[in-house]
Write a protein that binds this ligand. Structure first.
Ligand SMILES: [Zn+2]
Length: 78
């Protein structure tokens, strides 16, 4: 369903299923069963889906951070 961890595409779009809206937010998450603690997977979210995707990760205890896309890209090194 949700398996998009790319934030480096020229025009990032929302990771929500079926959504093609421009991404505005980056949701950083980590699944402790699959990932080392420092590892961050990312989902992208438009304004509309930020809350939905945050809750999806939040109820599983995976969500670590929600950051505006512009801020994320300026901080993250490839
Ligand atoms: Zn969306």
């Amino acid at each position: 369903m949700l398996d998009n961890d790319q934030v480096s595409e020229e025009k990032p779009i929302c990771s929500a299923k079926g959504c093609r809206a421009d991404a505005v937010w980056v949701l950083a998450w980590n699944n402790p069963k699959l990932h080392t603690p420092e590892r961050r997977k990312t989902w992208l979210a438009c304004e509309e889906h930020r809350e939905h995707l945050s809750q999806f990760l939040g109820v599983r205890g995976f969500l670590k951070d929600v950051v505006p896309l512009a801020e994320w890209e300026s901080e993250e090194t490839p």
